[in-house]
Ligand binder design. Structure first.
Ligand code: CAA
Length: 256
């Protein structure tokens, strides 16, 4: 992969590292292009989970590269920029578990990227915000939609309308991050180990049931859960999971 996104695959986990530390990993046009290609690594059958991190000590990601906003944009520029952010929705639609492992600044498009992941964990130095209104724009990579779905309307509106930052403790209190950890590597390792223990198809269907179901009326969500649950009763992995339990051994799942 290129210079602005490092991609490493090991032990069943693909790690994408945003790599413009001198610019606090701000997402410029090059990085948008590289992220568009990089998220496709999740399609590799050897990859069981995707982790996103930021390079350097200061930031996960400080959002879109504001310096690219200085020249006035034409309609064509605006359209191209919009297309350039489609990878965020591709990331959100990924069928495998995704984790944002956050340290330092996590702002604007950086927070929107984290919100497109399933799980957000952070170190105590993390700082979160959607400061777009301070730049006379609004969050345009999903923030106005995903933040209220994660933390509820009140805390989301407070963050979006003021542009103010919240610290890691507050982010944990409002449910923006699930864990504040002393050591990101160790925490990522624990999550990766958990993802390697589960049935790959089961985890994909569980994710689909939750992420699609949350936007459906309860009765339709329950129907979706019932259909996916029934499909899973027909898999070889279900038999393997039950046999491994009965025989007191680790299951060897194949995804079939
Ligand atoms: N875009 C471009 N450059 C950025 C950047 C950004 N979002 N954030 C930081 N940088 C650059 C700075 O310009 C500076 O570069 P120079 O050394 O060349 O001057 C370098 O990174 C270091 O920044 P600071 O000196 O400010 O260092 P800091 O550690 O004190 O950073 C900060 C503090 C809070 C991250 C501050 O830089 C900041 O407020 N950044 C902007 C955050 C922001 O507004 N993000 C939203 C962007 S809009 C968006 O994301 C739209 C969307 O919906 C997709």
């Amino acid at each position: 992969m290129g210079e602005t996104v490092r991609v490493e695959v090991g032990g069943g986990v693909a790690t994408l590292t945003l790599n413009r530390p001198a610019a606090r990993n701000a997402i410029n046009a090059d990085m948008r292009r590289e992220l568009t290609a990089a998220v496709e690594i999740a399609d590799d059958p050897a990859v069981r989970a995707l982790v996103i991190r930021g390079a350097g000590e200061k930031a996960f990601c400080a959002g879109a590269d504001i310096k690219e906003f200085v020249p006035p944009a034409s309609l064509v520029d605006a359209r191209e920029e919009r297309v350039g952010w489609r990878w965020v929705d591709a990331l959100a639609a990924c069928r495998k578990p995704t984790v944002a492992a956050i340290h330092g600044y996590c702002l604007g498009g950086g927070l929107e990227l984290a919100l497109a992941c399933d799980i957000r964990i952070a170190t105590a130095d993390a700082v979160f915000g959607l400061p777009e209104v301070r730049r006379a724009i609004i969050p345009g990579a999903g923030g106005t939609q995903r933040l209220p779905r994660v933390v509820g309307l009140g805390p989301a509106l407070r963050m979006i309308l003021t542009g103010e930052h919240v610290d890691a403790q507050e982010a944990h209190r409002i449910g923006l991050v699930s864990e504040v950890v002393p050591d990101l590597d160790a925490a990522v390792g624990r999550l990766a180990a958990a993802f390697l223990r589960v049935g790959p198809r089961a985890v994909a269907y569980a994710k689909e049931a939750v992420t699609r179901g949350v936007n459906l009326p309860l009765s339709e969500g329950l129907r979706l859960e019932g259909e996916l649950s029934t499909l899973l009763t027909t898999t070889q992995d279900r038999v393997e999971g039950a046999a491994a339990f009965a025989e007191r051994r680790d299951p060897a799942y194949t995804g079939r």
